[in-house]
Design a protein around this ligand. Structure first.
Ligand code: C5P
Length: 233
């Protein structure tokens, strides 16, 4: 099946403490957003990508000129991650007139270590479904619920509990409708699956790898470099 990639890359990366947005930080010779995009290029069925960028971001389109053979589109992101994703979905259905039945994979620009084999696995797993799915990994650590003074109030059972990762795969129309509904209902979304859940769908959890980390703090960058080296060895 044909599919499109949506990369929300409009975050300010304030937690990075750097003087530039994190998508501009270097992972190897390339920036974070370039490395992340390169993980997807060449996968079967990929028609193109829409990047949601901060409206004042002039650097990213220049950097990505290196992907000139690939159908790459840009749109202005919003105040929150889900605003940015919604802007990209509107671009796909509006400017690009992509069919509402097409698959869209939403992937954090800040996750450069995603394995192409896991993306493939996700696409195969959701094929033929309407609810879509997401990469996830079972929680490994023991979970504690804190009280208001950070004392343990209980141990949370972790059986069947997963960390939600990206990419997350949904049909364009179903996801756009679900996100619109969630926004109207005032639901805060930290991923796309939550929007589908809000409208009663049950996306499939597809086991990925814990090394698909999200670059959040400066300490994460050297770790990402090591992971990428280990993966290519
Ligand atoms: O801030 P966080 O780490 O949750 O961001 C996850 C992804 O969402 C990042 O790739 C970031 O650039 C993107 N994002 C966005 N628009 C926002 C906030 C975050 O596209 N307003």
């Amino acid at each position: 099946d044909d599919w499109w990639l949506v990369l929300p890359a409009a975050g300010m990366g304030r937690r990075m403490g750097a003087d530039q947005p994190k998508q501009h930080l270097k992972v190897d010779q390339r920036t974070l957003v370039e490395v992340t995009l390169s993980r997807f290029i060449g996968l079967p069925g990929l028609k193109g990508a829409v990047l949601a960028l901060a409206p004042n971001d002039e650097l990213t389109p220049k950097l990505l000129a290196s992907f000139s053979a690939f159908p790459l589109h840009f749109t202005a992101g919003g105040a929150t991650r889900s605003d940015s994703v919604l802007a990209a979905l509107n671009y796909l259905s509006g400017q690009l007139a992509v069919d509402w039945q097409h698959w869209v994979l939403v992937h954090d620009a800040a996750r450069p270590c995603v394995r192409p084999a896991d993306v493939h696995k996700l696409l195969e797993a959701v094929r033929g479904s309407n609810a879509g799915g997401l990469l996830a990994v079972p929680v490994r650590d023991t979970l504690k619920q804190a009280d208001e003074r950070n004392r343990v109030s209980m141990t949370v059972p972790r059986d069947g509990v997963f960390h939600a990762l990206t990419p997350q795969a949904f049909r364009l129309g179903a996801l756009a409708d679900a996100m619109d509904r969630a926004h109207q209902d005032g639901v805060t979304l930290t991923d796309e699956s939550s929007a589908m859940e809000h409208v009663g769908m049950k996306p499939l959890l597809v086991k990925g790898h814990a090394d698909n980390l999200k670059i959040t703090h400066p300490d994460d960058l050297p770790l990402a470099r090591l992971i990428l080296q280990a993966q290519s060895a």
